[in-house]
Design a protein around this ligand. Structure first.
Ligand code: ADP
Length: 289
């Protein structure tokens, strides 16, 4: 049996409490599936279940995701991590035969409310996928894309947004002299940071990252992880990862899913050092998965 993974920040300063609130969670608080950090959540997921046809992929998941923190979804392949992530911006709507029960409340509004403007929702909640997916356009046009869709056409304004987004995505210095090159000429790691720049160009509140580093080498992975830390104060980030070390390195909170159920949720430091549930301990110590 291997040793539990110790988060890099386990001995460092805890994340600051949300404004006017008690610290988010303490080591001696149990990590029940419904454990919620104190403070205002940006997402309040309530009794969420999802079926692909007859197959149930999520089973009564309840979870509150805190604002301006990084939350990781971990668990073995096929346990529902990506499905849960895609529920946050209604990407599962695009799949035939999906049925959803329960609620995902985002900033006070149920995202499954039929009156909700899904395009606006997806503007507020950006997404970065496992396989970087730049458009076959220039670097500039990739970042400007969402802004153009929103009707921004003035060149100067677009230039400012593109530069700011590329700087925020820690890519500006590498590409500033080649903004008119095709984005597909960038390396895999650069393409993934370009996708992050494209996501933040439209000024979202949340960035969802679905296995963003699984196709990257360790150096490119480190850059993306560093970037996530840099973006932490401005965005809420939710990352799906099958890599427990990555969850321990980058996240403030971790949700462990198994067979469509939320087994345990809590502060990353606590969950990796002192898991409350036997299944969590078995998973993080490598007994299965
Ligand atoms: P994870 O992200 O943890 O690997 P997923 O959310 O991708 O898990 O999948 C959860 C379950 O739902 C799996 O059994 C998977 O096969 C199934 N599933 C995922 N996407 C679809 C789909 N589009 N159609 C049918 N079944 C799906």
């Amino acid at each position: 049996m291997s040793e539990p993974i110790v988060p890099h920040h386990a001995t460092a300063t805890r994340p600051a409490p949300l404004e006017d609130e008690e610290p988010l969670a303490s080591l001696d608080r149990p990590g029940r599936p419904d454990e919620s950090p104190d403070g205002e959540p940006i997402f309040d997921i309530r009794d969420l279940s999802l079926w692909y046809g007859e197959k149930r992929a999520l089973n009564d998941v309840s979870l509150r995701i805190p604002k301006q923190r990084i939350t990781a979804f971990i668990g073995p392949s096929g346990c529902g991590k990506s499905t849960l992530l895609r529920c946050l911006n209604r990407l599962n709507d695009l799949i035939d035969g999906v049925r959803i029960d329960g609620q995902v409340v985002f900033e006070g509004q149920n995202v499954y409310d039929p009156s909700l403007d899904v395009n606006l929702l997806r503007k507020r909640i950006g997404m970065v996928f496992q396989k970087s997916n730049p458009f076959p356009k220039t670097i500039f046009e990739n970042v400007a894309y969402g802004c153009r869709l929103q009707g921004i056409t003035r060149r100067l304004e677009l230039q400012e947004i593109v530069e700011r987004s590329l700087r925020d995505a820690a890519l500006w210095d590498e590409v500033k002299d080649r903004l008119d090159d095709n984005a597909l000429s960038l390396s895999g790691g650069q393409q993934q940071r370009l996708c992050i720049a494209r996501a933040i160009a439209v000024d979202p509140e949340v960035i969802l990252l679905d296995e963003p580093c699984s196709a990257l080498d360790p150096i490119a992975t480190a850059k993306v992880e560093e970037l996530m830390q840099d973006l932490k104060d401005d965005y809420t980030q939710v990352i799906v990862t099958h890599n427990m070390q990555q969850a321990a390195r980058v996240s403030d909170f971790t949700a462990f899913l198994y067979l469509g159920e939320l087994i345990e949720f809590g502060e990353t430091d606590r969950l990796f050092i002192k898991p409350e549930r036997q299944q969590t301990e078995d998973y993080i110590t490598g007994r299965f998965g």
